[in-house]
Design a protein around this ligand. Structure first.
Ligand code: B12
Ligand code: SF4
Length: 503
């Protein structure tokens, strides 16, 4: 039987996280196919390693996980090179990027198949079919080309997460010592990255989850999560947890049950949730969560305008008033709210776009006054192809287009677009982008983030002092002195490039 290489292209500049995407695929192959994991985060020259392995002649399949942004920098040239050198190797991409951009990926000529969304069943089935030289037309969650025509097969319902095979942590440990993946963060010295659910029940029109999961969500049970975490704690000394779920807190019952189980383990943890959902949690639940180690929760606050929240199809009941009230409520429980905002949505005129940016900036300042511990993350709106979403229609009507060739995604402009830092959106002019970025610099200077564990107390005070006049007078333009400190002295981190809260 032919063997498989599973590749995780480099995604972070500093220490990596447990590669859960590729590890789930590995789990689905256990006992059926032999595989090798290559992690671009831990290899100096992954291409050479992959070439050496294919040269043995034992391997025929090359599975790669790809999220937008820096992973493309290895995924594209390495796929191209492997196809050029080994014509018979079959290349399969999975993950958020190919699921959201299938045309450009398959038209490249060097990717043969895409797994659209969960690959837990689709991937081993595809291997069976290819080994038996059968047709792949009945495999759900598969996208492929048939004589230049893109075939998008039906999607499976979401799988019961408790019935999926356990992740092969020990096997990963044979390829790369697991300790390399347990990084030092503000949560703990050996932080476990864990993914406990798939999808999200909402359909915000700017979110890349929506086209793949269509407002569906399924979570693993609290007991099962606890068992896995306990294993990683006992076997590998993990002492903190980052939940990588899109929406960890969908179920209050599950969050409470998990809190009860994890409480005695004395582990600090973090996850992502929605303001309107968690605001419905009882006081006793929030109290228990904090006691059980929940120190910070990431929320998509998105905007301080009810109209924009509507434009984003934020769904649920999130409002401007609620965002403020909730920041105050969490303060009571000593849980830090980490609020992310998306600025720079399309508007009817330049004035409307700029006005909205200014209003959001003022709103963020208000939040900081209500609860100064609130961590603020600012993104510039980057469209995702959510079919039928009003926001994507507005973006397209304003002249926005995705690249037409796969290679174009790795030119520096598009990479920045992916990082939601420098969009190529026609409705934003330079002064708008500068306004957002300069405000962010001054804000981060005046309120250095607690998750930046590199900053000493004194350094925090100094950078705060340097930023004080600008913050108070609202003169954000050209904040070179703060940038200088952040970049060259304090080496201020960008979580979206370097990974969450890494040392
Ligand atoms: C961890 C993570 C990161 C880490 C990566 C750390 C590391 N491992 O080294 C960091 C912080 C660096 C990061 C950064 C970014 N990320 Co990120 N990230 C995630 C996160 C939270 C978890 C990914 C994960 O492990 N999932 C768990 C696995 C089990 O799920 P999965 O990936 O979906 O895998 C399943 C299927 O997709 C499929 N599959 C996946 N890979 C493969 C491969 C093969 C061969 C097959 C067959 C199937 C398959 O099968 C799997 C099992 O069913 C996701 C959100 C999420 N909850 O998934 C966002 C997410 C993928 N990131 C996203 C983005 C946009 C980014 C950034 C580009 C921008 C940003 N500002 O965040 C940056 C830059 C990326 C980079 N540096 O390359 C978006 C993508 C959305 C989109 N538009 O497509 C997501 C969905 C977050 C979001 N809600 O917006 N990220
Ligand atoms: S709530 Fe969050 S994860 Fe869910 S659709 Fe909206 S932005 Fe995406």
């Amino acid at each position: 039987m032919n063997k498989i290489i599973l590749f995780n292209p480099r995604s972070a500049n500093s220490k990596p996280r447990i590669p859960n995407s590729i590890l789930s695929i590995a789990a689905s192959l256990e006992g059926k196919y032999d595989y090798l994991i290559v992690d671009g985060n831990l290899e100096k020259n992954p291409l050479q390693k992959i070439i050496d392995v294919f040269q043995t002649g034992e391997y025929k399949y090359f599975g790669i996980t790809v999220m937008p942004g820096p992973q493309l920098k290895q995924a594209i040239p390495i796929s191209y090179e492997i196809k050029r050198k080994f014509k018979d190797v079959i290349i399969i991409w999975g993950g958020y990027f190919p699921s959201n951009q299938p045309e450009v990926v398959l038209q490249s000529g060097y990717v043969d198949f895409i797994i659209n969304g969960p690959g837990d069943f689709a991937f081993p089935k595809l291997m069976d079919v290819l080994e038996k030289k059968e047709k792949p037309d009945f495999i759900n969650n598969l996208i492929y080309l048939n004589k230049d025509k893109i075939i998008i097969n039906a999607k499976d319902e979401l799988y019961d997460q408790d019935n999926l095979p356990a992740l092969p942590y020990d096997k990963l440990n044979n390829f790369y010592p697991l300790k390399y993946y347990l990084g030092k963060t503000f949560l703990g010295t050996k932080t476990i990255a864990y993914h406990s659910s798939v999808g999200c029940p909402f359909s915000c029109s700017f979110c890349g989850i929506v086209p793949i999961y269509n407002a569906r969500w399924k979570g693993r049970s609290a007991q099962k999560i606890y068992n896995d975490i306990k294993y990683l704690k006992d076997a590998y000394d993990g002492n903190a947890i980052e939940f990588h779920d899109n929406n960890f807190f969908v179920s209050e019952k599950r969050a409470v049950e998990f809190s009860k189980l994890i409480k005695n383990e004395k582990m600090i943890w973090w996850g992502e949730g929605r303001i309107d959902t968690v605001n419905n949690f009882k006081d006793s639940s929030l109290e228990l969560m904090r006691e059980a180690g929940c120190r910070m929760i990431f929320f998509g606050a998105e905007s301080g305008s009810d109209e924009v929240l509507k434009q984003m199809n934020k769904g649920g009941t999130q409002t401007k008033g609620q965002i403020k009230q909730f920041a105050a409520r969490l303060k009571q429980f000593d849980i830090i709210p980490e609020y992310s905002f998306v600025l720079g949505l399309p508007g009817s005129s330049e004035n409307t776009v700029m006005k909205q940016i200014n209003e959001d900036i003022n709103f963020i300042r208000e939040i900081k006054e209500i609860n100064p511990d609130t961590e603020i993350i600012i993104y510039i709106y980057s469209p995702v192809p959510t079919t039928g979403s009003e926001l994507f229609k507005q973006a397209s009507n304003k002249g926005f287009k995705f690249p037409e060739k796969l290679e174009d995604w790795i030119n520096p402009h598009w990479e920045k677009f992916d990082l939601r830092k420098n969009p190529l959106t026609p409705w934003l002019n330079k002064s708008m982008v500068n306004k957002i970025k300069n405000f962010e610099t001054v804000l981060n200077g005046y309120y250095p983030t607690v998750s930046d564990i590199k900053l000493s107390k004194l350094q925090r005070e100094i950078i705060k002092l340097v930023s004080l006049t600008r913050y108070k007078t609202k003169i954000y333009a050209i904040p070179y002195e703060i940038k200088f400190l952040q970049k060259y002295w304090l080496r201020y981190r960008q979580p979206e490039i370097e990974g969450f809260y890494l040392e």
